[in-house]
Ligand binder design. Structure first.
Ligand SMILES: Cc1cc2nc3c(=O)[nH]c(=O)nc-3n(C[C@H](O)[C@H](O)[C@H](O)COP(=O)(O)OP(=O)(O)OC[C@H]3O[C@@H](n4cnc5c(N)ncnc54)[C@H](O)[C@@H]3O)c2cc1C
Length: 320
């Protein structure tokens, strides 16, 4: 059985949820489908202090409010449903998802974001979930009173190192360059923290330990000196990979596998829009994802309203 909608949104992060709010408020029949739980990367963020209008909140708290708001306007949110097949080749696009069947709509908004990047080391796989984590909010508490390592030198790495210092007795930040890419005030916060130490210009070679993680082995890129930093936990914050595999060979992607859009967030296929971290852009924040969700939804609404005058586009019996 096919479920007919005006718009299908893939991804229930801030971009997808915002797009859902705008479309549902415009009385379009809209479903947001996520392969995981709603909230996206926001739920990995312990404290969000840069979302205007919210003095300070957990990422999970903001996510919960966004989901509630989207649902309050009639937006359906389907979670834990893996995308099986997508056909964007005709005016009426179809999306097959695990457990739920086939959805069809003239508009698809891709808001699949990204996933944290791993170092790709053999020993990393061994300790994943047994000392190595990519989520301070989820796992930080398990390392209360322990010495840990945080890998990376961008905003997320240093912010999360500060957040982890609430639990850990010591946090060593290991970074591959001799300078940070994070904003100066974020670097200043980390440097002022008495529990945080820094090991710069390092290439991480391996994770040491028998059953549990005991240390992080790295080499100084100039001197070649090898050092093992004692660590019962290691948090890796080295960027992300856009979740666009499902669209390879279908939509135009750039060399980093990000979806290419125009300024109205239209992709290479009419009726398909992309919003948030999955598309090619420089700055990736909740605010930029939310802004993208707005633009994609407004572009989609215009496309749908024009499309209602084109007989081949079948609009769903819209809500309200
Ligand atoms: C640790 C950490 C801390 C951060 N802190 C902040 C902060 O303090 N302030 C700030 O502004 N930003 C912060 N960010 C960045 C911010 O969270 C992201 O830029 C933002 O969440 C991107 O939103 P998005 O909707 O584009 O994608 P995401 O948040 O990545 O959401 C994408 C969703 O799509 C789903 N998905 C993926 N593939 C598929 C598929 N094939 N089918 C269906 N669903 C799919 C995923 O499960 C996910 O729920 C942080 C990020 C991290 C990792």
């Amino acid at each position: 059985m096919t479920n007919a909608y005006d718009a299908i949104i893939l991804g229930a992060g801030p971009a997808g949820l915002t797009a859902g709010i705008y479309l549902a408020r415009a009385k379009k029949k809209v479903v947001i489908i996520d392969e995981g739980i709603a909230g996206g990367q926001m739920i990995l963020s312990h404290t969000v202090a840069n979302y205007p209008g919210v003095l300070e909140a957990t990422g999970a708290g903001i996510a919960r409010t966004m989901v509630k708001q989207a649902k309050s306007f009639g937006c359906e949110v389907v979670t834990q449903s893996r995308l099986l097949k997508i056909d964007l080749g005709s005016l009426q696009k179809t999306v097959d998802v695990e457990f739920e069947g086939t959805y069809s709509a003239p508009v698809v908004i891709i808001a699949t974001g990204g996933i944290p990047r791993s170092l790709g080391l053999e020993t990393e796989a061994k300790f994943k979930g047994h000392g190595i984590s990519y989520c301070a909010t989820c796992d930080g508490e398990f390392f209360t009173g322990r010495e840990i390592v945080a890998v990376g030198g961008g905003n997320s790495a240093l912010e999360e190192a500060v957040s982890l210092s609430r639990y850990a007795s010591k946090v060593t930040v290991i970074h591959e360059f001799d300078h940070f890419q994070a904003q100066p005030w974020i670097v200043a916060d980390a440097e002022a923290n008495p529990k945080i130490e820094f090991l710069m210009n390092q290439k991480i070679e391996a994770f040491a330990g028998d059953e549990k993680l005991e240390g992080v082995v790295s080499v100084d890129k100039d001197s070649g000196q090898r050092v093992t930093t004692k660590a019962e936990g290691c948090f890796v914050f080295i960027g992300y990979t856009p979740a666009t595999q499902a669209f390879e060979g279908i939509l135009k992607l750039n060399g980093r596998k990000e979806i290419v859009t125009d300024e109205n967030l239209a992709t290479s296929i009419p009726g398909v829009f992309a919003a948030g971290d999955s598309r090619a852009k420089k700055y990736r924040q909740i605010t930029t994802a939310v802004a993208d969700g707005t633009v994609a939804a407004l572009s989609a609404i215009e496309y749908l309203d024009k499309g209602s005058r084109i007989p081949q586009i079948k609009l769903a019996a819209s809500a309200g």
